[in-house]
Each structure stands twice: as C-alpha cells, then as structure tokens.
Design a protein around this ligand. Sequence first.
Ligand code: AMP
Ligand code: MG
Length: 433
Amino acid sequence: MNKIESPPQAGDPRLTIAQASCADDYDPNSMPVAKARAFIHQFLKPVTGVLRVPVRSALGRVLAKDIHSPVNVPSHRNSAMDGWAMRGADLSPIDEVTLQEVGVSFAGKPFTGNVGPRQCVRIMTGGVVPEGADTVVMQERSHASGKSITFAAGQKTGQNVREAGEDLKAGSLALAKGRIVRPAELGLIASLGIGEVAVYRPLRVAFFSTGDELKSVGTALGEGEIYDSNRYTILGMLARLGCEPLDMGVVRDDPKLLEEAFAAAAANADVVITSGGVSVGEADFVKTMLGKLGEVVFWKIAMKPGRPLAYGKIGGAHFFGLPGNPVSVMVTFYQFVRDALLVLMGAHPVDSVPTFRATCTTRLKKAPGRTEFQRGVLTRDDDGSLSVRPTGEQGSGILKSMSDANCFIILGDATGNVEPGTSVEVQLLEGVV
Ligand code: AMP
Ligand code: MG
C-alpha cells in the first residue's frame, strides 16, 4: 500500500486512503472533482512488466523504453521538389541561366556521377541530390529545350534540399518511453527500420456489476429486473484504452458473494471496477466488507451525474466503485478512471482530454454547487463557429443521452442556469486518432 509517512496538513492532498476517509478536509459528502482526482493520482504506480512485440502489434500500447534513431532521417540528402539539381554558384540572382542536363536522379535510382560546373541533373522528389550539387530548382521555374535547361532568376543556393538527418539525427531520441503508440508512431518506428518494440504489459482490469435486479443479456427478465448494460459500456471503454478486460459477470447484493468476488478480482487483476452498490443505503455493507479486505474511501462527489464514488486499494489492486446508473458509470469512468488507467499503463505524460468553448444555443438548468457533465451535441455553424446543445433529457439512467452525444458540456461548480448564447466548456467524446 502506498502510505505517505509525513503527517497530513490541512489542504494537503497527501493522505492515506484510511486518513482520507475521516479527514474533515476530505468531506466525503461533497468532494470536489479535481480534489478526488488529485487524491487518486498519488497512489498510482505504473506497471513494470515489459514485453517485446512486433511493431504491427504495438498500436495502442505504451512504449516501455526510449527509442533512439539508429539512422539519420532522411538517410541521404534529397530533393524536396521535382526539378533539376545543380551548383547554387551557377545560378544568378538577376539573370536566367542555362545549364546542361547530364543525368537523372529519381527516388530510389540515384545519379552516380558528379555534377560539374554549368551542369544539372533531372531530379524527382526524394531523389538523392548528387555529389557536386547543392541546390534544386523546381520544374515550374525551369524550361527545358532538349538537354539545355534554363532556370529563372532569383534562386537561392541550398533551396529545396533536405539534408541527411534533418528530421532526426542518428542516435537522437525518436520516441520517449511512456508514449502511447498511435498510427503516426507506428509509421515513425517503421521509418527507422525497427521491427520490434518494448511495450508495457497490458493492464488487467477485472469488473463486475452488482445488483439483485440485474440480468445478463440472453436471459428472460422477471418482474422489476433489468438488463445489465454497465458491463458492456465498461468493456467498451476498457477496450478503447487498450486494457485487458476480465469480465466477472453480475454479482448479487449478497455480502458473502460480493466478498468472494472482490477477493477474486483483486487477486487476478491490477484494477477492479464495479458498478452499483456504492450509493447511500447500499454502501454500508459494502463499506464494512471492503474495510476488511482493503482500504477504501467512499465519496459523494460534487458532480452530476455520478455522485457516489469509491476508490481504494484491495491488496495490490486499485479499486474504483462506480455508481450504478448507466450514464453515471460512463461519466465517472471518463472523469476519474480513464486518466488513472493510463498512468497505470505506463503512459507519460497523461493529458486529460482537452476542453474548449462553444456557444450554447439552449437554456440549461443548473444549480450552483457541483460540476455537471451534461451530454451535448456539438455542431459547426456555416460561419465556422461552434455551437452546442444538450441531447435532451439528462437523467443519469438515460444511456441514449450518451449515445446521442458527441461531447460533454462541463458546467463548473459555481455555474448557475445557462442562458442561450452563453459560452460553455465542452469536451469531445471522440478523438481524431
Ligand atoms: P445503485 O447504484 O446500485 O443503487 O444503482 C442505481 C441505479 O442504476 C438503479 O436504478 C440500478 O437498477 C441501475 N443499475 C445498477 N447497475 C446497473 C447495471 N449494471 N446496468 C444497468 N443499470 C444498472
Ligand atoms: Mg444496486
């Protein structure tokens, strides 16, 4: 357990989990979002296991070692344009100049001779700039008459030439450990001729749903029963992050079964995520039981949706007890669990999903005192400006509000009702890459 030895100060987020559950400053009944996040982050230690995988299998994984470039990129001096290569000294700033073409240098098929005075070589983009030449004139500024090529005035020595090692020098840092491999990194690694990379082992995340009313898909519903949807959203969110999910099904609200499930999950995974069972009335026996198994704090976060949230350690595993309501599950996952999992996966730095501002076109009801994450639809207007409106009913059980949304509208603690035309903070649900 990551206990912090120095005595806690007022306002100091460095408390142990046990201390936090009774410290006044950590009022479990109105925990600000940012403070809960900061508290959780002090306990996160990245995985250390490393595996080597082929580059093709590295997408979404986290680099476990720095990658230094074994080569110069580009590996040779080459042309940035289609045109002719020559000595810059042969060109004139004020007059046209005519030079003799003595060969061609295409990408992959270099000209092996030397470019002498008053000579030039036909060159294509990516072609090796031959010995003797130091300048390329683009073909749009040139005129060919047989092998006599005339170049317009006003050229500069060195133009349109990409130097060897200009992008990356051999031996320099190409990618730092902690980098999440995206399509650009796959290409960059391949461009260095590297076929295998060291990545952190996947983070194992066990999850289960709690509730006597829950049935799994494929079984008939009895009176008052509902289908368990949270395990599906959680599975999806974990898969998107690149975690290794361990689906432990539905567990009834029975202390003995729950205790077994928590113990098994913590023994088999780095992280345990549950949904349901942490709201008032339900939390008490879970609290007692988790108190036996580990150290857990139960908060009422000053947010909507997603008020109840539990965080702690069960043995070596981190535990996130998310609320039961389907929208609350997603909101709390994105606002607390996502970044924490990325840290545990070894990602560094972990940037929260950026927010920006858009004009809200609809009146929003909001009471000051907590942060709201309304589900919104962001659109670009004809003039290029961004507008946002809520998806409709914002109940924490209405999963369709997440499905219809492409962003969160984040209304801070102090914000009250929002009038149409007001600028609000939004956070996109989809990234570009
Ligand atoms: P709880 O936090 O357990 O009190 O649950 C709050 C609400 O979310 C209740 O209406 C539950 O029926 C519902 N709920 C809890 N777990 C799930 C689940 N896995 N799938 C769908 N709804 C759920
Ligand atoms: Mg429940």
